[in-house]
Write a protein that binds this ligand. Structure first.
Ligand code: NCD
Ligand code: ZN
Ligand code: ZN
Ligand code: ZN
Length: 410
């Protein structure tokens, strides 16, 4: 048993008074004022007590867009290094994209990936399925995935689909679709959305016009559209592209300050549903080459960057829980996650809003060894990450070794 004493529990709605959380068998057993002697009736019962010292306890972050590169590109990242980086950033669940080598187009490849990943991941995980537009029978058979990822623009990997006939046929198959659609294809994606009975999760919003369009759709009562924003589009813009070259090369590309501000508005007015990182690690050599690979890492620093905005008053802790844990669980139907609640998984992150620390390339845990946020000072950091009742990260160190499990999609 694990007892966390004296924490303020954060939900989307409110922050509680100081309370205690009792954990057994990976789940939250009880919340309230709990004496350290609770559950000590049996002789064998062991109780570990952690004093939260009045700090904030959030449900573990669910990052619904990562590229951990297993299988096939483990030289950039693998599920072990990626999941350790995740724990550093308070992330206890990730949803991983299918642009692997080879891409996950068949159930056989999916099963293989599942088997490898469950042996490597220190966080809970869910997987997306891939499509080339020709594997509709495979899509109809697929079980327990986050959704089908559709790449409508050129990006890292070989999964591009542009043929409108193929896309139209695809979106008729019942599934949740996660879309990479930018520029003109964003409008096309919305057209398909209106024709389809499926839910569309629009990845990595980057432009004001995209946010405006989704705001209108939601105002008109559309309940099938969901929008994601990523830290690099929230914290970096065109100027960084000019300053940092290949290291800030990402799809969709970094946009203007006006676009950046529109994303922040979208976060506050419920147009944007989630913050996910699109953690897309590439080696330094790949970023420094003539033709830099698209993508930036993010899973380690998304939460501290957002907590720093809480310190500055731009966001609340409740906003963070809504965008980074509660909504991801709701949208993807992930069972027993996204809230701190009796009977739910004990995925928790303790944050210290007063801790001030600089982000440094030298501290990066991701295999890629760099971050586009180096040099920034964040006030507000995760100081403990608990996944399935096990303390996995404490004060910037990975201390747990238990493996995560695949999530269940409802
Ligand atoms: C991603 C990658 O590297 O896998 N790159 C990126 O620029 N975002 C792919 C993607 O999400 O488009
Ligand atoms: Zn993408
Ligand atoms: Zn930069
Ligand atoms: Zn991506």
């Amino acid at each position: 048993m694990l007892l966390i004493k004296n924490v303020k529990i954060v939900s989307c709605e409110k922050i509680s008074e100081e309370q205690d959380v009792l954990i057994e068998d990976g789940e939250v057993l009880k919340i309230g004022k709990i004496p350290a002697s609770a559950g000590m009736t049996g002789k064998k019962a062991e109780m570990t007590v952690i004093n939260g010292n009045g700090e904030f306890l959030l449900p573990g972050i669910i990052d619904c867009h990562v590229h951990f590169r297993t299988p096939g590109q483990e030289y950039k990242e693998d599920f072990e290094s990626g999941s350790k980086a995740a724990l550093m950033g308070g992330v206890t669940t990730v949803l991983d994209m299918p642009n692997n080598v080879p891409p996950i187009f068949t159930n056989e490849l999916l099963e293989k990936k599942r088997a490898i990943v469950s042996k490597m991941s220190l966080v809970d995980f869910g997987l997306y399925f891939g499509t080339n537009g020709e594997n509709l029978d495979e899509i109809k058979k697929v079980k327990n995935v986050a959704g089908v990822k559709v790449y409508m623009n050129v990006t890292t990997g070989n999964l591009l689909i542009t043929d409108p006939e193929v896309l139209q046929k695809l979106f008729k198959v019942k599934q949740r679709y996660a879309l990479h659609a930018e520029g003109e294809t964003f409008d096309l994606a919305l057209k398909y959305l209106l024709e389809s009975s499926n839910e569309f999760y629009l990845c990595h919003a980057s432009l004001k016009r995209e946010v405006d369009k989704v705001r209108d759709l939601k105002k008109n009562g559309n309940k099938k559209v969901f929008m994601e924003a990523c830290p690099h589009h929230l914290f970096l813009n065109k100027e960084d592209r000019e300053k940092h070259g290949g290291y800030c090369c990402v799809k969709p590309e970094l946009a203007s300050l006006e676009d950046q501000n529109a994303l922040w508005e979208g976060l506050k007015d419920y147009t944007i549903d989630t913050i996910a990182t699109d953690h897309a690690p590439h080696t330094k050599a790949e970023k420094e080459s003539e033709k830099p690979a698209f993508g930036v890492p993010g899973v380690e620093f998304s939460l501290p960057l957002m907590l720093n905005e809480v310190s500055k008053g731009r966001l609340t802790l409740q906003d963070i829980v809504r965008l980074m844990s509660y909504n991801p669980a709701k949208i993807f139907g992930i069972k027993n996650k996204g809230e701190i609640k009796e009977g739910f998984d004990a995925d928790l992150v303790l944050v210290d809003l007063n801790l001030e620390k600089e982000i440094k390339n030298g501290n990066v845990v991701s295999k890629c060894g760099w971050t586009p946020y180096a040099g920034r000072i964040c006030k507000g950091w995760p100081v403990m990450t608990i996944r399935g009742g096990e303390v996995m990260m404490r004060e910037g160190r990975i201390v747990g070794e238990g493996k995560g499990k695949e999530v269940e999609f409802g």
